[in-house]
Design a protein around this ligand. Structure first.
Ligand SMILES: Nc1ncnc2c1ncn2[C@@H]1O[C@H](COP(=O)(O)OP(=O)(O)O)[C@@H](O)[C@H]1O
Length: 285
């Protein structure tokens, strides 16, 4: 992974000079089949003792990337690397850099590709020193340029694109809470919305904290209504094209979340052809 982190840095510099995305149209069923085959190859490599999976999670703010990515990372024994967490760690360290970052993040904008690539390369280097293998990336890539840089330096097996109805996304972001002591993520929103075009109702129960965390819950400063709306707009403008980038390469697995965690987790495992370890079911992430 040190090679990947070095390559990401040098590719980022090269891509400032040339940025030509070539994307061909691929029919949806072909893309789905290719993505399923890519997922299978990744798992087979793991079983054969080869390198571990290198997966990416895409999806709008509030869709639950962090929840599903962290559960899968524990199952597949690979690190869950969330660039949002790297940004929040950088924000927590005092100094002018964190002040500049806060200005951007707390207004719902993306930080520059250079900043995010530096943070990610550093995280990959640290992982390499600890002997980490494989990864599940969450929150990266978020622009076509980031996707091209990543594609240029490593082989991503699979990109899981989580989808949820728009009206649930805002409520999910506004209900998000974190325990300031243990770092656990919870959600106090209870979502119950009418089915679309005669479809089933969508119910997402809250993911409540255990009693010892209840008095220590905090809300992210960028989870206010105004900022979440801006983040959703930025996602549609800058990150949605990344879905097409991977669809065209046969790596995108679309997954429509049917409801909350208890309902969606087994179905996601089924879509990935993974065994349900059962014990994960009830634990809040
Ligand atoms: N790949 C990235 N490129 C640019 N900015 C990023 C990236 N990843 C995270 N950020 C910054 O960190 C913030 C929080 O990210 P994240 O926790 O992934 O939020 P979300 O809940 O919107 O998916 C983003 O709004 C953005 O400012």
């Amino acid at each position: 992974m040190a090679a990947i982190s070095r390559a990401i840095r040098s590719c980022a510099a090269a891509s400032r000079r040339s940025m030509a995305a070539s994307s061909k149209e691929v029919p949806a069923d072909v893309a789905r089949a290719a993505a399923a085959a890519a997922a299978r190859r990744g798992r087979e490599r793991d079983r054969e003792g080869g390198r571990r999976v290198q997966w990416v999670f895409l999806g709008c703010p509030g869709v639950g990337k962090g929840t599903y990515a962290s559960r899968l990372s524990r199952m597949l024994r690979v690190p869950h690397i969330a660039t949002g967490d790297l940004v929040r760690d950088a924000l927590a360290s005092p100094g002018p850099f964190s002040k500049q970052l806060a200005e951007i993040v707390n207004h719902g904008k993306l930080v520059s590709d250079e900043v995010i690539i530096n943070l990610l390369s550093k995280r990959l280097e640290e992982g390499e020193e600890k002997g980490e293998l494989g990864f599940i990336l969450d929150g990266f890539p978020r622009t076509i340029r980031q996707a091209e840089i990543l594609e240029g330096v490593t082989d991503i097996d699979l990109v899981i694109n989580l989808k949820l109805r728009e009206e649930a996304l805002l409520a999910k972001c506004l209900g998000r809470r974190m325990c300031s002591q243990c770092g656990g993520n919870f959600n106090v929103a209870s979502i119950d919305i009418e089915g679309e075009n005669g479809g089933p109702r969508m119910y997402m129960p809250p993911l409540l904290p255990p009693p010892q965390c209840e008095s220590k819950l905090i809300t992210r400063p960028d989870d206010t209504e105004e900022v979440v709306k801006e983040r959703l707009r930025v996602y549609h403008d800058l990150s949605e094209p990344v879905e097409e980038f991977y669809r065209a390469r046969g790596k995108l697995l679309e997954f429509n979340l049917p409801g909350g965690l208890p309902e969606s987790w087994p179905k996601l495992l089924q879509a990935l052809n993974l065994e349900d370890p059962g014990k994960e079911r009830s634990a809040a992430v």
